[in-house]
Design a protein around this ligand. Structure first.
Ligand code: HEM
Ligand code: HEM
Length: 273
């Protein structure tokens, strides 16, 4: 990664991490300062686990998991180690999301509130189910070494698209949830009177959108992609022969990774994994 490019990457990454941390502080302050805190008692304090675990796990951790391959200082680590980190962070994010759903369903059941009536709950549950499918397919196709390379290569564009699609849906679901909670929870003064809690939590929503925007930006920059293993291996020796040809192919700034997938030679040698 050229120096100028590296500085831009570092700027985007620091912005994402900072906005992500501030979002976590905001959701904690919302729950502890404006709301009832956290408890597992079937009441409002149990509901509060729902936004806290979603923001920390399903939004922040998932966002970091998505960009983890892009960190240039990890390019010297093996691809399989990075896969374990990517998969591990995604599994952790899934566990957080699952516990957050248990909290809200348990809260609804103990308060005799109907389940699954809102658009928020429909899109949210669909996102969690698709996420679990993405996890299972990701583990089976990329982590278990028996999957043939052609299948790994064929599935990669879909894996990337569905990962970014699910992540975007999660951001949209969080915004709906925040709005619902403010409408339900603020009475006298109500949401339309803009009490401090409403303004504060609106800002949380804006931060979540910014976080999502930066993660999507990082994940869609072709020149910030982790180079193929051949390129990485060839760098110290400065390449040569056919490897050199591949290096020039892969360092093309317009390369969006498809070159790697189209190259039968690279696919055969297991680079699309
Ligand atoms: C309810 C999922 C984020 C607020 C629900 C329900 C689901 C869900 C499936 C239905 C529970 C039931 O019917 O018993 C999600 C997902 C999220 C998310 C996947 C990931 C982004 C949030 C956030 C808030 C929130 C950040 C903010 C406070 C609510 C509220 C309810 C609820 C108020 C109860 C009303 C309703 O069922 O729509 N959520 N949620 N959600 N969620 Fe979320
Ligand atoms: C790449 C999402 C689970 C393996 C990606 C990318 C996204 C993504 C958005 C593109 C990243 C980039 O271009 O730098 C997700 C989501 C998952 C998930 C949301 C969980 C629900 C998994 C699992 C594995 C896996 C369990 C198994 C190891 C990979 C691989 C890449 C990738 C090998 C290609 C990285 C590269 O060559 O640059 N994933 N993923 N993913 N993912 Fe996942």
């Amino acid at each position: 990664m050229a120096m100028e490019n590296f500085k831009q990457f570092l700027f985007a990454l620091s912005a994402a991490v900072t906005v992500g941390f501030v979002s976590i502080i905001f959701v904690l302050r919302w729950v502890f300062y404006f709301k009832e805190g956290l408890a597992w008692d079937g009441g409002l304090a149990e509901f509060n686990w729902h936004p806290v675990l979603i923001v920390t796990g399903f939004i922040f951790m998932q966002g970091i998991a998505i960009v983890v391959y892009r960190l240039p200082w990890t390019w010297k680590c093996s691809k399989s180690m990075m896969k374990f980190i990517h998969a591990g962070l995604n599994i952790l994010a899934f566990i957080f999301a699952a516990i957050s759903l248990v909290a809200v369903f348990d809260f609804h059941n103990s308060q005799k509130i109907p389940n699954m009536y809102s658009l928020h709950s429909w899109v949210g549950l669909a996102a969690v189910l698709l996420y679990s499918l993405q996890l299972v397919l990701g583990v089976c196709i990329y982590l278990i070494p028996i999957t043939p390379t052609y299948l790994r290569a064929a599935f990669m564009p879909l894996h990337i698209y569905s990962g970014l699609f699910i992540f975007s849906s999660v951001i949209a679901t969080a915004l709906m949830g925040i709005t619902e909670k403010l409408i339900f929870g603020l009475k006298d003064p109500s949401y339309k009177d803009s009490p401090p809690e409403a303004t504060f939590v609106n800002v949380l929503g804006v931060l979540i959108v910014i976080f999502g925007g930066i993660i999507l930006w990082i994940a869609t920059r072709p020149s910030w992609k982790r180079p193929s293993e051949q390129v990485l291996r060839s760098l110290p020796t400065n390449g040569g022969g056919s490897v050199g040809t591949e290096v020039s192919q892969h360092t093309d700034p317009k390369d969006n990774g498809d070159t790697r997938r189209r190259s039968g030679k690279l696919e055969d040698s297991g680079q699309v994994n």
